[in-house]
Design a protein around this ligand. Structure first.
Ligand SMILES: [Zn+2]
Length: 438
């Protein structure tokens, strides 16, 4: 099985180099916009649009013309790649039912990027970009696999390279230590071995962002100060985004490193408001604040987390299994009774039938794991129903006895107590703090 992986690094630039990067991306943007204009004109006048090959021919004509001779300064392959990207975008826009809209004109600064299909070399901390030369970058991790393509991109003030590589891996070779994950809304990520992680707390930065946004609203639109304020907001956004990305990266690495099968909830079905509202007995805090914006951001962050986790697992021969999260926190992992009454509070689960008592998030993680086993069994026929129950029972009673789920050399302990302990509920199954290897 061939798997792809993307690595993103920040380039070490100087003024001269940045000029070159701006010039290259400018040429690509020009080609993109010119081609779209041409296609739109044809569509508006009911003329059939040119095929890619014809368009590539036009590109050759533009390059030979005096007016657009500046296109020759850019590497020819990145211009062709721009056209290929455009045609791919148009194709998916025409394919029915996927909701993708017709590609738009690119704007300066917002869409400064270009892509090399080949010719890029990497030598330790330097990357060779054709027609630009060797560029040093901040190497944060080793690159594995064969380089397939490289995207150079500006984000806010800095330039980055995304190196996409390919590697052949044995399909599902590491089916060891299967684990289920319950994604909490605000508080906690719980694994079915009882480890939990506290999601990144960005409230401070988010509050600051809101304050700055209020300040922007008071400024005169398009004035000097307004632009200044806007830049401040963009910077803050970027900071929040980077922090969140960094965190989900570390978290997914730690999990993929230690587990072969990871079972997660289908985010499209998961009810993200669950924890925000809480229950009648135990209403969630900051309900108003949490709804809306936070929910969509979290959904996005979890989406990225799962995507990262999936490719990291594939990369190491593992597998991500997605299951329906319905009633996962109302079902007893021991006797199977599903009832809302089982959930005594936000944190506490006590089975009405058999009396099994545990932290509710942990129960959800166990149920998710069990569903993953069932899905996999249908797929691979490697576990019987009986064995599945045994495994889940083992986990739910021995609970958390095993070693660290996510060990590592440099450790970042999670400070916050699990939700259950905070409320003073005695948990027969004690959750243990997660440790994130950096
Ligand atoms: Zn029960």
């Amino acid at each position: 099985m061939i798997v792809r992986q993307a690595y993103k690094f920040r380039l070490k630039t100087n003024e001269e180099l940045e000029q070159k990067l701006v010039q290259f991306s400018g040429c690509c943007r020009f080609v993109w916009n010119k081609a779209i204009a041409l296609i739109k004109f044809r569509l508006d006048h009911n003329i059939s649009i040119p095929w890619y090959n014809d368009m590539a021919g036009f590109l050759g004509l533009w390059k030979r013309s005096e007016e657009y001779a500046f296109l020759n300064d850019a590497h020819s392959q990145i211009l062709q790649q721009t056209l290929k990207d455009l045609y791919k975008a148009i194709e998916s826009a025409f394919a029915r039912g996927n909701g993708i809209r017709f590609p738009k004109f690119k704007k300066k600064y917002r869409h400064d990027s270009f892509r090399y299909p080949q010719g890029v070399k990497i030598d330790n901390r330097r990357i060779f970009l054709p027609k630009i030369g060797w560029v040093r970058f901040y190497k944060s991790r080793e690159i594995e696999g064969k380089i397939k393509q490289v995207i150079v991109k500006r984000e806010y003030k800095h330039w980055y390279v995304s190196v996409i590589t390919e590697k052949e891996v044995e399909p599902i070779t590491r089916l060891h230590s299967p684990i289920g994950i319950d994604l909490g809304v605000r508080k906690i990520i719980t694994l079915s071995d009882g480890t939990y992680f506290k999601p990144l707390d960005l409230t401070k930065l988010e509050k600051k962002l809101k304050r700055e946004q209020r300040r922007l609203a008071k400024k005169k639109k398009f004035s000097k100060n307004w632009y200044k304020q806007k830049a401040r907001i963009t910077k803050l956004w970027q900071k929040i985004k980077n922090k969140r990305y960094d965190y989900v990266h570390k978290l997914s690495t730690a999990i993929a490193k230690n587990h072969g099968i990871v079972v997660v909830e289908d985010l499209r079905i998961k009810n993200m408001t669950r924890s925000a509202r809480g229950t009648i007995d135990n209403p969630g805090y900051n309900v108003k604040q949490k709804a809306g914006l936070n929910r969509s951001i979290l959904r996005q962050a979890w989406g990225i987390f799962l995507r990262l986790l999936e490719y990291k697992l594939e990369w190491s021969g593992g597998r991500l299994v997605v299951v329906n999260p319905r009633y996962s926190s109302f079902t007893c992992p021991v006797c199977g009774l599903t009832s809302r009454e089982n959930r005594k509070s936000q944190a506490r689960f006590v089975c009405e039938n058999c009396g099994f008592e545990a932290n509710a998030d942990f129960v959800a993680a166990l149920n998710i794991l069990e569903r993953g086993f069932k899905n996999l069994s249908e797929d691979l026929c490697f576990l019987t129903q009986k064995r599945i129950k045994e495994l889940v029972l083992e986990l739910s009673t021995a609970g958390t006895a095993g070693g660290n789920a996510c060990g590592g050399s440099a450790l970042l302990p999670v400070k916050q107590e699990p939700a259950g302990n905070r409320e003073g509920v005695m948990l027969p199954v004690k959750l243990k703090q997660g440790i994130l290897s950096l």
